[in-house]
Design a protein around this ligand. Structure first.
Ligand code: ZN
Length: 201
């Protein structure tokens, strides 16, 4: 099996996807719906599945899958796939989960089932493969809030709430990125170094 991608490689891919597919810099807000459209992946609201010709059994199946838990699902369909979103959930949760499912698509992960994602888990509730799940969690998050943007926000003393608003992500995701990427620590160390330098002058 392929080796798990490094964080550096995932960051590189996120930058490439942002620039090439959407014309965005690392500091711009990304719309995961635009990303899905760009890759020909349809996003259907759960309640609209019947209208797009989805068999009623599938709709019942989705509705039975603890709708309080999942926000988006990636559904294999022929050679491609589509996404179903749970519109009962808040937009920021859905954005996160659509970015996560798109990360699976962009990384060309193979899966043999419907993948359900729920933000509390930072990914799918039923992963087929731990490494792939980790990669999709990292890429999905990196797409929404790149490390470079997290560093910049920390340097500018933005609160987690500000960061959540700027990038249109939930507060737990903003908090996770600001701490998980090391952005806050780097900013604090840099500030401390400067303070020491100035005291020494
Ligand atoms: Zn996943």
């Amino acid at each position: 099996m392929a080796k798990r991608l490094s964080k550096a490689e995932i960051r590189r891919r996120a930058i490439d996807i942002r620039t090439t597919d959407l014309g965005l810099t690392e500091y711009d807000r990304l719309c995961p719906y635009d990303l899905a459209r760009e890759h020909g992946v349809d996003v259907h609201p759960l309640e609209g599945l019947v209208a797009v010709g989805c068999p009623e059994e599938s709709v019942i199946f989705f509705a039975s899958e603890r709708p309080d838990v999942w926000s988006a699902a990636l559904v294999p369909a022929g050679a491609g796939q589509f996404i179903v979103e749970n519109t009962a959930h808040l937009p920021r949760r859905r954005r996160y989960n659509i970015a996560h499912e798109m990360a699976h698509v962009l990384l060309e992960h193979e899966f043999d089932r419907v993948m359900f994602s729920a933000e509390g888990r930072r990914g799918c509730a039923n992963p087929t493969n731990k490494d792939q799940e980790w990669e999709a969690a990292e890429l999905g998050a990196e797409l929404l809030l790149p490390q470079a943007a997290a560093y910049k926000a920390a340097k500018e003393h933005r609160t987690d709430e500000d960061v959540a608003d700027i990038f249109d992500v939930s507060l737990p995701v903003a908090r996770w990125r600001m701490n998980g990427t090391g952005a806050r620590i780097v900013a604090q160390r840099t500030a401390a170094k400067w303070a020491k330098f100035r005291r020494g002058q």
